[in-house]
Structure formats: structure tokens, C-alpha cells
Design a protein around this ligand. Structure first.
Ligand code: PGA
Length: 253
């Protein structure tokens, strides 16, 4: 079965001192967790600091974005080799805030996915629809297209390193969560697309996270759905207690 993954996306938050307090608190609260992949994605400038603090803990390090290029004249960018160098094992790619405010497209997402895989970084590829798109009834076709385009030319051999995060834009940072039924509908459609791309054996190992206002009080119900394998958590990952409670979700059977 798929191992659950709970990832905290700190976005552009914390000072160095706050990052240290947060990660120390988290590590002590989840020290005994062995059955969940726990990730934190701090801002680039704190990756090394956080890496040192998570040594000997079950917490792994993720970046929030990466350049598709390896090195060179790309002012302000951070490359895959640099992320590996500081101890990242995962990288979030195509978050809706990158798509919305930094004009990322499925094509740029796809380039970054390949750059990550070539570097041995496991990509977490974000997809999701706006409220207008949901109202128009195009959610499943749009999300399916984002998955197909984002993963274009990814081989079946690499596919199980890829995680998809379904994050409806209307649920991110709004306090409104997709209902477990709404999320499950999209997750199972995504799994179908992945099955077409990579085949039944591989899709069984691929994780699909839900993101968008995941909190301690809604994670249990979400995690009870068969195609929801974890969560990408923004706001609630900024407090050690709430993130640790999300890590310790209890699926309701
Ligand atoms: P949120 O953010 O949990 O604050 O809604 C989720 C995300 O953007 O990954």
C-alpha cells in the first residue's frame, strides 16, 4: 500500500529564529512516527539551517521550487544540484502561487519535473482549478490536462518517484476545504490519468496529496478516502502542534 505523506509548505514565512523553533518543536512531537513520510519545505535561505535541525528525525527536506537549469546566468534562481547539495530530497513544482503570480505554465512545470528527476529529487507536482473553472464544470478535464502536460515524457521507471498534489485554488489559504467527496472525485480521476500514462502496477505506488486549508479538524476525514494519500499543508504547517496533529491523522474506517 501507499505510504502516507504529509508535507508542510512554509511559503514565504518565518525568520531564522522562528524556523528553528518550529522545526525543533515539530521534531520532538513526531520523533516516534515511523509510518508517514513527513516533509517540510522552508524558504530557500533556511534549507541548510533546517537540514541540520532535522538530522536524526523522521522529517525530510523539500524545496518550494527549483530552476529547470543546472547552473549559469539565471539571476535569482536556485538549481536542482544546489538543492541536492543542501540535503533536499523533494521539491514542490508548479504550486498555484507560482502559476498565478510567476506565470508558470504546464510546459515550465514539465521542464522542472525532468530537471528534478535527473537530479534524483522527487517532484511534488501541484495541479488544481479556480472557482470559475469548477463552476464551469471543467475541473476534471483541466486537472487531467495539467497532470498529462506536467508529466509529459516522464518514463514509467521514474513515475513512482513523482507525487501529485491536488490543490483547488479556491481552497488554498481561504479556510474553505474541498469536502472529502469533492477531493476524492478529483483524486480518483487523477489516478485514472496516471493509470493511462504509466499502467496499473505503477499507479498503485503513486501518491496523490490533497492541499487547501488542511487542518487538524478536517485531516482525518480527508485521509479516510481511498485515493487521498496525504496532504500538502500551508498555514497549519507553521505551528508545530497543528502540523504534528495532521501528521498523526487518524483515518476513519
Ligand atoms: P493552505 O495552503 O493549507 O494554507 O491552504 C496549502 C498550499 O498552498 O499548499
Amino acid at each position: 500500500m501507499r505510504r502516507p505523506m504529509i508535507a508542510g509548505n512554509w511559503k514565504m514565512n518565518t525568520t531564522a529564529a522562528e524556523a528553528e523553533t518550529l522545526v525543533r518543536g515539530l521534531c520532538s512531537l513526531v520523533a516516534d512516527v515511523t509510518d508517514v513520510d513527513i516533509l517540510v519545505a522552508p524558504p530557500f535561505v533556511y534549507l541548510q539551517l533546517v537540514k541540520a535541525l532535522i538530522a536524526d528525525s523522521p522529517v525530510a527536506l523539500a524545496a518550494q521550487d527549483m530552476s529547470p537549469e543546472k547552473s549559469g546566468p539565471w539571476t535569482g534562481e536556485v538549481s536542482g544540484p544546489m538543492l541536492k547539495d543542501v540535503g533536499c530530497t523533494y521539491v514542490i513544482i508548479g504550486h498555484s502561487e507560482r502559476r498565478q503570480f510567476f506565470f508558470e505554465t504546464d510546459e515550465s512545470v514539465n521542464k522542472k519535473v525532468h530537471a528534478a528527476l535527473n537530479e534524483g529529487l522527487a517532484p511534488i507536482v501541484c495541479v488544481g482549478e479556480t472557482l470559475e473553472e469548477r463552476k464551469k464544470g471543467v475541473t476534471l478535464s483541466l486537472v487531467g490536462r495539467q497532470v498529462k502536460n506536467g508529466l509529459a515524457e516522464v518514463t514509467a521507471g521514474h513515475a513512482s518517484e513523482v507525487t501529485i498534489a491536488y490543490e483547488p485554488l479556491w481552497a488554498i489559504g481561504t479556510g474553505v476545504t474541498a469536502s472529502p467527496e469533492e477531493a476524492e472525485e478529483v483524486h480518483s480521476a487523477i489516478r485514472e490519468v496516471l493509470r493511462e500514462l504509466f499502467g496499473a502496477d505503477i499507479v498503485g505506488n503513486m501518491r496523490i496529496l490533497y492541499g487547501g486549508s488542511v487542518k487538524p479538524d478536517n485531516v482525518d476525514e480527508l485521509m479516510s478516502r481511498p485515493n487521498i494519500d496525504g496532504a500538502l499543508v500551508g498555514g497549519a504547517s507553521l505551528t508545530a502542534e497543528s502540523f504534528a496533529r495532521i501528521v498523526r491523522f487518524e483515518a476513519i474506517s
